[in-house]
Design a protein around this ligand. Structure first.
Ligand SMILES: Nc1ncnc2c1ncn2[C@@H]1O[C@H](COP(=O)(O)OP(=O)(O)OP(=O)(O)O)[C@@H](O)[C@H]1O
Ligand SMILES: [Mg+2]
Length: 590
């Protein structure tokens, strides 16, 4: 839900689905949040119990009651690195970070004494970032955090609220159909069944069966949703008998798993077993996506013919195994709940197709990264930056896969795109960290290497360009590999000496006319003069020119109009302009 399009006006994700029950839980959590001394409430519970839905409902109630409009929702499900949590939080709160250092200090300075409620959703895999959350709470006295996690964050300020299952019907309730329909588990089952079978209703004949299904599913909302989707093809009697046998089989084989998780696993496994082979294959392979995907993404990554993918996706959607993300009006996007993704990933891991699916995923996102990088500096750049934001988790996952598998050209291309992405977000530290992680791949022991083919050489140029821009923006000076300087000749000399001494790839950023570039580039290149003659030139309309040569040298000349304050209409330009005035105020704008 990181994309603003998917958030409602109060900053919370909206769901078109009916929300059932939870009156007691809402008032208990609201009571906790109303106490001035409560700073952090964590909703805990197993997958699919309803932590996220409850957190959103509690946050909406809090906003309405307290008049606090500053409610922020941070979806951490796709974030894999605990070091990125503060950047995600800052981004959601609307803080423009200046460099990668002291994020907590920058966040605290921006939020100050303002009243805010931050929902941190899906924290369980990022518990290493919990101390950072504690520090933010200490630094921002009127900020509150409502977290969801499968386990506690273990902070002293924390109050845990274990989310219980939905209320289940008692056997006596079956006599009163009106009362039974109002029971939260039954209401959820009926509502979700009507999604695919609009006429579905409670009758004296099916009431005991549906009540029994809710009890067998232990009031677990996700399990109930999955079962309800089956009522399109099964009668309530068939549902209950199949559910019963499935539960028994699995309950015996997984004694070490808590009962409630067993019910969910069973429900997922049961839904999975009922799929046809094409649906199963797509469901498994979709688990390689870290974030949302489109029909075209699914066809390309999962190896499904384009004319088949719509029907299979539609079928998985009807069975509640995937969901459509709300809010995208141009291209439909889909995703999977985390607990379903985990199950699908387990199924995929046990098959030979796993490696192929990951390789396709990496190739798909490397191609997307190349398109994104090529759009930097052009009119379509803004749209691509938004797109890269939506696919950030997948770009990152693809990069990790390529780094692990030594796929140099793809890793470089992905790193260049991610470097630009972080740059446009002002998240310079992470951009630099990425560049630093990837460059050694392209570097031999003694000299720049990895130029075996055009794709690798082009990828390296791309990383060097963004590396130089990042180094310039953060003011990193005279490192052996990336170097930026102002236009004084002394600084150029330092740059050139550093580059000559170092046999590592080099990138730099200098203000001034690009016409002077080639001699300087060959000067830097030194012994590699011959290669420098084959330098490639890339123009950045309205902002500069980059010259790159194959031994791994790239220098970007930022042209004066970039800092003239002229409205260029692109995010990179405005970021460059802002940083230019902040850091290089001495350069007279034209
Ligand atoms: N009170 C409710 N009313 C209606 N639907 C609900 C309710 N609680 C949960 N659901 C639905 O059940 C499914 C699982 O809920 P949710 O995603 O909130 O679980 P979770 O505990 O956050 O799971 P995870 O640990 O995987 O993040 C979702 O589709 C959600 O919309
Ligand atoms: Mg959740």
């Amino acid at each position: 839900m990181r994309d603003a399009r998917r958030a409602s006006r109060n900053g919370l994700p909206q769901s078109a689905d009916l929300f059932v029950g939870r009156d007691d839980e809402l008032s208990a959590v609201s009571g906790m949040l109303a106490r001035p001394q409560t700073r952090l409430v964590t909703l805990t519970g197993p997958p699919g119990i309803g932590k996220t839905r409850l957190a959103v409902a509690c946050a909406a109630a809090y906003a309405e009651r307290s008049g606090c409009a500053a409610v922020v929702f941070v979806d951490l499900a796709q974030v894999r690195d605990p070091a990125l949590v503060m950047a995600e939080l800052s981004q959601a709160v609307g803080v423009e970070l200046r460099g990668g250092r002291d994020l907590i200090g920058q966040l605290a300075a921006a939020v100050g004494n303002e009243e805010r409620l931050v929902v941190l959703d899906n924290c369980e895999h990022l518990l290493a970032a919990a101390p950072d959350v504690g520090q933010v709470l200490a630094a921002c006295p009127r900020l509150r955090v409502l977290a969801t996690s499968r386990e506690r964050l273990r902070l002293s300020a924390e109050q845990e609220f274990p989310v219980p299952p939905l209320a289940m019907p008692a056997s006596a309730d079956v006599a009163d159909l009106g009362g039974l329909a109002a029971n939260p588990s039954v209401a959820l089952l009926l509502d979700r069944a009507r999604r695919t079978s609009p006429g579905f209703d409670l009758t004296p004949a099916n009431a005991p069966l549906l009540a029994s299904a809710c009890v067998r599913l232990e009031g677990l909302p996700l399990a109930i949703e999955l079962a309800a989707a089956r009522l399109k093809v099964l009668t309530p009697g068939e549902l209950v008998s199949r559910l019963g046998s499935r539960m028994e089989v699995l309950a015996g084989s997984t004694r070490d798993v808590p009962a409630r998780q067993r019910a969910l696993r069973s429900a997922i496994a049961w839904s999975y077993d009922l799929l046809d082979p094409r649906e199963r294959a797509l469901f498994r392979r979709l688990s390689v996506f870290a974030g949302g995907w489109t029909l075209a993404d699914a066809a390309s990554v999962c190896g499904v013919p384009a004319d088949e993918v719509l029907a299979v996706v539609e079928s998985l959607l009807e069975k509640s195994l995937i969901r459509r993300l709300p809010g995208d009006e141009e291209t439909a996007e889909f995703s999977m709940l985390e607990s379903l993704r985990e199950f699908a990933a387990e199924q995929l891991a046990s098959r030979a197709e796993a490696e192929e699916a990951r390789a396709r995923h990496a190739a798909h996102y490397a191609a997307l990264a190349a398109q994104f990088e090529a759009a930097i500096g052009l009119l379509e750049e803004r749209a691509w930056v938004l797109r890269a934001g939506r696919h950030h988790a997948d770009l990152r996952a693809a990069l990790d896969h390529c780094l692990g598998g030594g796929q140099v050209a793809r890793a470089l291309s992905l790193a260049a795109a991610l470097g630009w992405y972080h740059y446009t977000r002002g998240d310079l530290g992470h951009g630099q960290a990425l560049v630093d992680a990837v460059l050694p791949l392209a570097t031999g022991k003694d000299q720049p290497a990895g130029h075996g083919d055009d794709a690798t050489a082009g990828g390296l140029d791309g990383v060097l360009i963004v590396g130089g821009i990042l180094a310039w923006a953060t003011g990193t000076q005279a490192g052996p590999r990336t170097c930026c300087s102002r236009r004084s000749s002394a600084a150029r000399n330092v740059t050139m000496c550093a580059a000559r001494r170092s046999r590592a790839p080099f990138s730099g950023t200098l203000p001034g006319p690009a016409a002077s570039g080639m001699p300087l580039l060959t000067g830097i290149s030194g012994r590699r003069r011959a290669s420098a003659r084959g330098a490639t030139r890339r123009a950045w309309p309205g902002r500069g020119t980059t010259l790159a040569c194959s031994p791994g040298i790239a220098v970007t000349w930022i042209t004066p109009p970039v800092c003239s304050g002229r409205a260029c209409g692109t995010s990179v330009n405005s970021t460059i302009r802002g940083r230019w005035h902040g850091r290089h105020g001495g350069l007279a704008p034209r």
